[in-house]
Unconditional design. Structure first.
Length: 246
């Protein structure tokens, strides 16, 4: 039996209520569901979910009977990504993948080699778009919440915000990431710093080192910034699932 369609729904509460217009179109036009169809509603802000069922009701609204909310049971990895701000749609790619891979937070960082430059006004609008992308990635991956999304921030501000004992910064010609993490298996917070296109500058690398970030590499292959972060996060996911003596 197929699983119910998962849809984001802010402010879950039991009872019969109309779906908002965008969600109603998604449910009835994209997936062609009608009265009697089951849904799984999740609130990405609270981490709650509830069973739902489409029911008949006054047009033109689409109505849903919402069951009692419950904790989703999803637990993100205690991984905090500090990602150098890339150009074009690179930040969106990173946020989409990081959400699906289960990170706790993503902070976009403005660095000296960041090609993209966002004003506070543009940054606010972009942050809302990034949130929508994270919500969609959570829906597709079965995640019950979304990462905390912040930035773009100056590097110094981002480094000062870190509250994690384990801190690594991706860098070429450094100790492999596996060795830097030692016996970490997901039990304590990790901060991962990834530079933009061209990497971090010399002064920025020194700043990161002063903040306790140890350089770590993913091998000899040169990866694009959005791929490097995703590859490192994938390694963390695999490591967190491994036995401690592996």
């Amino acid at each position: 039996m197929p699983k119910p369609l998962r849809v984001p729904f802010d402010g879950l509460a039991p009872g019969v209520c109309p779906l908002g217009a965008p969600l109603a179109r998604y449910v009835t036009r994209v997936h062609r569901l009608g009265p009697g169809a089951a849904l799984c509603l999740f609130d990405p802000q609270t981490g709650l979910e509830a069973d739902g069922e489409l029911v008949d009701g006054p047009s033109p609204e689409v109505w849903c009977r919402v069951g009692a909310p419950r904790p989703s049971g999803y637990r993100p990895l205690p991984v905090h990504l500090l990602q150098g701000l890339g150009k074009a749609d690179k930040p969106e790619e990173v946020i989409r993948a990081a959400t699906a891979l289960g990170v706790a937070s993503v902070r976009l960082v403005q660095t000296e080699r960041s090609v993209a430059r966002l004003s506070p006004e543009r940054g606010g609008g972009r942050l809302e778009r990034w949130r929508r992308i994270a919500v969609e990635a959570a829906r597709q991956s079965g995640r019950g919440d979304i990462p905390a999304l912040t930035g773009p921030s100056a590097l110094e501000e981002a480094l000062a915000s870190v509250d994690a004992e384990v801190r690594v910064a991706l860098a070429a010609s450094a100790e492999p990431l596996f060795f830097r993490l030692g016996r970490w298996r997901g039990g304590e917070p990790v901060a991962l710093l990834v530079g933009p296109e061209g990497g971090l500058g010399a002064a920025e690398r020194q700043l990161a080192a002063s903040a306790g970030f140890l350089p770590a590499s993913l091998g000899s292959t040169t990866l694009r910034t959005e791929l490097a972060g995703v590859a490192a996060l994938g390694a963390l996911v695999a490591l967190a699932a491994a036995p401690i003596d592996s």
